[in-house]
Design a binder for this molecule. Sequence first.
Ligand code: 2E6
Ligand code: F3S
Length: 322
Amino acid sequence: MSVAEKPPLSVLICAPRGFCAGVVRAIDAVEKALAIYGPPVYVRHEIVHNKYVVESLRQKGAIFVDELDEIPPTNAPVIFSAHGVPKAVPEDALRRNFFAIDATCPLVTKVHREAEVHHRRGRHVVLVGHAGHPEVVGTMGQLPEGAISLVETVADVAAFTPPDANALAYVTQTTLSVDDTREIVEALKARFPTIVGPHKEDICYATTNRQEAVKRVAPQVDAMIVVGSPNSSNSQRLREVAERAGCAAARLVLRAEDIDWTIFGNIRRLGLTAGASAPEVLVEEIIDAFAERYEVTVETVSTADESVFFPLPRELRKEAAE
Ligand code: 2E6
Ligand code: F3S
């Protein structure tokens, strides 16, 4: 097909999109550990929820495990993923004399500390989040069994029986839907007026900003692609936000080869964003795939500036590594 025969396609690309400061820090931690100590470097769980990132680190010598008991006795670094771990994991690492490096996002660690403070002050903690997600498992694992109750929906709030309705606090997962969480927090406050919590919730800046940009773009396009993995909570939320903001065809796409051209083969305007764990190279790959079929013009729609940076885990900072 010659260039002249291609139909026009206007691509509205969201900003901010893609890597957040916690993801950059976690990936840098694995790369720095590989550079300083050489392979292998063990990583518990996908360092961030992206197969492309995991595969490229694996090729450099990272070994990914689900649990520490898969790791043989070793002096090699053992890194915990950005999503955080239950207290039992660093305790187990210490027992086994592992050189543990915690790549938990500082904004997740902040939630862990909030939960601990509430517990110390005698409050039962309500965690708003998605059952089974590693961040939720990690946050619940900061406190003794039974000290945290998980609620996922407004209906869960209605059904919840607290040990003491006047000694309650809430914390949230960092990657939730801002709108759904507002409703759940309102329901908690309506049922338990003395409940203590953060100013709004614990949803991080990156999640909030990426959802805001999607809300601006989604009503203006025929279809929307969110670059990200199915197990990435923040990416899944972006797809939902796009759908709710009026874009009927919003899809999560891992990379260009996964595009369903029956949906994206006959459109005029495309919205594009990427979850916090999706590398920009995969966004570029997707634009290239569209450029093979369309005469593409790209316009950036920016709703916030981001300048957040987190230093590497202590064990990997220059002074410590020397
Ligand atoms: C850690 C905490 C929050 O599934 P989720 O969105 O939590 O995770 P990723 O790896 O897709 O995104 C980054 C991240 C890490 N978000
Ligand atoms: Fe942290 Fe939010 Fe990213 S919690 S890892 S900054 S998506």
